[in-house]
Design a protein around this ligand. Sequence first.
Ligand SMILES: *Cc1c(COP(=O)(O)O)cnc(C)c1O
Length: 403
Amino acid sequence: MSQHPLPENLHIDTLAVRAAVDRSQYGENSEAMYLTSGYVQPDAETAARRFAGEEEGYTYSRLGNPTVTSFEMRLAAMEGAEACVATSTGMSAILLMCLGLLKSGDHVICSHSLFGSTIKLIGSEFAKFGVQTSYVSQTNVAEWQAAMQPNTRLLFAETPTNPLTDVCDIQALADIAHAGNALLVVDNCFATPILQRPLSMGADLVVHSGTKYLDGQGRVMAGALCGSKTLIEDVFGTVMRSAGMTLSPFNAWVVLKGLETLSIRMQAQSQQALALAQWLEAQPQVARVYYPGLKSHPQHALAMKQQSGLGGAVLSFEVKANTPEQGRENAFKLMNATRMVSLSTNLGDVKTLVAHPASTSHGRLSEAQRQVAGIQQGLIRVAVGLEHLEDLKADFTRGFQAL
Ligand SMILES: *Cc1c(COP(=O)(O)O)cnc(C)c1O
């Protein structure tokens, strides 16, 4: 159906609901979902041209699907990227990125505090193929610089990090990467394009787990890579055709609709997280709160500049304890005494989720490794949702009263 082209220079909130709307002959206002694995070709000549890449047109959903394309184009518009490729999960986006960019003998620099499965994938699985990895402090730019080697291909950063919300300087890392002919990849899962657009600060690629805030209601798994047309279409598109970590059209439709409310959710959940963080800082049983929106956060100024003045929706706090055993016991007591918040290691939901990193996401580390990473036994991570603030405070108060 004929559509007017969108006006230029739209704001991100508008792009979230208006970019890449694809209407069929029926003119539906909400995007249609194309649940099909294959496409009927009008004639044999067209099929031949489409398979040869000489003509646009869908052939098979591993190679492309209109619902998946809508999600890719909308997310690309929001990240300020030329192009985007959607994947089945956040991890398969990172796998695709590695398959496309790394070869035997290459070197990668990662922060210590990357998502655990990312460290496992690059540091262990790709080590089998001769890829070497160095780990550096998230916040110390000099360490990233010192780790550069002639064969460094990638710098991989995530900001803010999970669960301690450390913030790194995207612009500074991009400069280091480019001076050494390497690429900077940023996992933008926690901030989302609403708070932070890494490509505008010099990053070459953005990685997403669509499972988190892009969906926003904890329903489906999804992932994406956003960047230049050359990288997305020529490098990753080629790998994707054979490797097949394709996003299903159903999941694409869910995250496409999720994007429409991303702006309002990120703003509301960030404001709620700030209010809860300030309240937690004032509780006598709390030793420390980690949240980029707090003045006490070591990278508060950088975070406010880099993240549109918002801290995001994830915070962590440590309950007071004299020993690690007591810290763990207190964290467990507190979590078990709540009656509303969900005990879940996921994040990015409108329901508030609490988790104990030392026994779950970081449970496979030794106590010494956890100390280096700064994950204390008394640490609780909160992915703040949309419940009323007073109800959240009341639930955590039930937790504190159990100590
Ligand atoms: C969840 C997560 C991932 C992995 O995404 P999946 O969709 O679970 O595969 C990657 N990075 C970060 C920061 C995450 O929180």
